[in-house]
Design a protein around this ligand. Structure first.
Ligand SMILES: Nc1ncnc2c1ncn2[C@@H]1O[C@H](COP(=O)(O)OP(=O)(O)OP(=O)(O)O)[C@@H](O)[C@H]1O
Ligand SMILES: [Mg+2]
Length: 318
């Protein structure tokens, strides 16, 4: 299942990365003095997490996006350690911090997310130039996560258009207005979760058939080849030309669903990069995601455990 530095690199784009600061506070309470029992800081952001997973799988990865100059070291250390090629545009200030307060006693998680630095128009131009350059080397681009506050709302649209023009393929995973504005650029594959899809179409999609219909509508309307809709613990639906597939994950003990979406995107792009069929790519993505939820933190379980999960995914044609 490993692909050792095979083929052209995959590019992972993170426009709004974050330093993930996890702090453990037993019996966390608002309006109280809270005591921290443990803390850790990890480089994060959806594209960074995907890059990290792909690199762990032995795939060649290049990263870009915006990184604050003041605290780039924690990211640079990750990229060095995982042999990820760093083509991030450095911008003024510090990359934002996302604070996650974990309370093991009450079983709660509280997130406090900063908006992040706004890139200047010069920064945006530098990123577009970098992306055009990378499109000559990379076959697949993953564009994942939110836009930084104050960034041009159509930034994903512009990036996707440039990559497409250069013959590259794009996996897009974002939400809200950033997603709505990006879809008309025609990413190759888009992976909303069910809530993101419902928010865009403005109605509840009550069953899998309704999800397939909406996904087909997106394909037709926006020149998208593949729509994968993730349904949380229920798995995912994939819709493409002449194909509608449903993957049901094996029952697993959930430790944390943080990073499930990133693991799914990683499995999809790794499969497509390696030339797997759509069904096999979806099966792999569902196994990656099921594996990711079995432990806290980002990353995947060991290859043997992953192979076992892959066998246990149930595939259905719809
Ligand atoms: N409890 C679970 N058991 C098994 N697999 C799960 C579970 N929860 C999520 N997954 C897997 O993870 C995939 C992605 O989860 P989900 O639909 O919640 O994505 P998401 O909301 O985009 O996640 P994220 O918040 O990480 O972006 C699902 O399609 C499923 O395969
Ligand atoms: Mg998601």
């Amino acid at each position: 299942m490993f692909s050792f530095l095979s083929g052209p690199p995959i590019a992972a784009v993170t426009l709004n990365p974050a330093v993930d600061q996890t702090i453990n506070v037993p019996n966390f309470a608002v309006n109280q003095v809270n005591r921290v029992t443990a803390t850790r800081r990890d480089p994060g952001g959806k594209g960074v997490n995907v890059a990290s997973i792909l690199a762990d799988r032995g795939l060649p990865v290049t990263v870009t996006g915006f990184l604050g100059r003041e605290n780039a070291a924690i990211f640079e250390e990750l990229f060095r350690r995982k042999a990820i090629l760093d083509r991030f545009v450095r911008i003024a200030g510090a990359t934002r911090t996302g604070i996650k307060i974990i309370d093991d006693v009450q079983g709660t998680t509280t997130d406090i997310n900063f908006p992040g630095q706004t890139p200047t128009s010069g920064d945006v131009d530098a990123l577009l130039t970098e992306t055009v350059e990378l499109a000559t080397q990379c076959d697949w681009f993953v564009m994942a996560g939110s836009l930084p506050a104050g960034a041009p709302p159509a930034l994903y649209y512009d990036l996707i258009t440039q990559v497409r023009t250069a013959g590259g393929r794009i996996v897009l995973d974002t939400s809200g207005p950033a997603l709505a504005k990006a879809l008309p650029a025609g990413p190759t594959l888009v992976k909303p979760n069910i809530h993101e899809m419902e928010a865009l179409c403005g109605r509840t999609l009550g069953n899998r058939a309704a999800v397939v219909d909406e996904a087909q509508r997106w394909r037709a309307q926006y020149d998208i080849q593949i729509v994968v809709v993730s349904l949380g613990a229920e798995g995912a639906v994939l819709v493409a030309e002449g194909a509608a597939l449903y993957a049901r994950p094996p029952a697993v003990t959930v430790a944390s669903t943080v990073g499930a979406g990133d693991a799914m995107v990683s499995g999809l792009v790794a499969g497509l990069h390696d030339g797997l069929s759509l069904a096999e790519s979806l099966r792999q993505a569902t196994a990656f995601a099921a594996g990711a939820v079995t432990f806290i933190g980002s990353g995947l379980p060991a290859p043997e455990a992953l192979a076992e999960l892959t066998n246990q995914v149930q595939m259905e044609e719809m």
